[in-house]
Design a protein around this ligand. Structure first.
Ligand code: NAP
Length: 257
């Protein structure tokens, strides 16, 4: 029996990882801020799949929260075999519209927590000669898309660089870069979604299935779904200015404040 730790496990992509990994027979450590929701999720997954699901309440926008999860990842007696750094969010507003405190909170969750948790997990995995880390980034990493895209670009660069440094260690790292996925993300950020064409939306369970297949193949960057693979291929060829014009509008329509 192996154990996976998922941050942001209670909703969206993280919940899809939890469902799939539990169905595959992995024990889980579930991390988010809402303890009540975590407990309900742990009970459901235990009852349905017969796996052990631990609840770890932590706010990854705080040092204490990051430290608590890092300590669990470093526990050599209860090893974690797969870490999914998934917790994340978007801020309402374009550059200079979101309060600086919110921008810094996003960097703490998307960058600092990912760095510290990956490092805690990988140090223990490398000693055992096996393990995996999935860092959830976004296709926004590849296009000019505000501070959110910049934070996800860091996740991709960091993951690819660390994967290269760890080659041959038995530890795999992969950045997962989905397009628009139907989750609580946009509603939580107060973003309107009616200008996002229907064909651009992805299903979280399918994203997770593609991600785990890519991890097993040894990919270091996964763009799930052929539609987004084609779009990202075209984006590499398109002039940066044109790309900025399109990506700054799609899916960045904000609801009333
Ligand atoms: N949805 C998309 O279109 C999309 C596309 C590309 C990439 N992504 C990325 O995918 C990841 C998951 O997003 P999602 O769409 O699944 O979002 P979601 O449905 O809003 O779920 C977010 C999860 O993260 C947890 N979380 C949020 N802030 C946290 C914090 N400070 N500390 C600990 N846990 C926290 C939430 O639980 P609590 O509120 O209880 O803490 C929840 O479990 C994010 O990194 C996001 O950037 C999303």
């Amino acid at each position: 029996m192996t154990t996976a730790l998922i941050t942001g496990s209670t909703a969206g992509i993280g919940a899809a990882f939890a469902r799939r990994l539990a169905a595959d027979g992995h024990d889980l450590v579930l991390v988010a801020r809402d303890t009540g929701r975590l407990r309900v999720q742990a009970t459901e997954l235990h009852d349905r799949h017969g796996i052990e699901a631990e609840v770890l309440t932590a706010d990854l926008a705080t040092d204490e929260g990051i430290e608590a999860v890092a300590t669990r990842l470093g526990d050599r007696r209860n090893p974690v075999d797969l870490l999914v750094n998934n917790a994340g969010f978007g801020n309402k507003g374009r550059y200079l519209e979101a309060p600086m405190a919110d921008e810094l909170r996003m960097l703490k969750v998307h960058v600092e927590a990912v760095l510290r948790l990956t490092s805690a997990a990988v140090a223990a995995m490398r000693e055992r000669g096996r393990g995996g880390v999935v860092n959830v980034a976004s296709v926004a990493a590849f296009v000019p898309r505000g501070t959110y895209g910049a934070s996800k670009a860091w996740v991709v660069q960091f993951t690819q660089g660390a994967a290269r440094d760890l080659a041959g260690s038995g530890v795999r790292l992969m950045a997962l870069c989905p397009g628009f996925v139907r989750t609580e993300f946009h509603q939580r950020a107060g973003m309107g979604t009616d200008n996002i064409p229907g064909w651009l939306w992805l299903d979280a369970d399918k994203v997770v299935a593609a991600a785990l297949a890519d991890l097993a193949r040894g990919k270091t960057v996964s763009v799930p779904d052929p539609r987004y693979k084609a779009l990202m291929g075209a984006a590499k060829l398109a002039p940066r200015g044109l790309l900025g014009g399109i990506t700054s509008k799609t899916g960045r329509k904000y609801g009333p404040r």
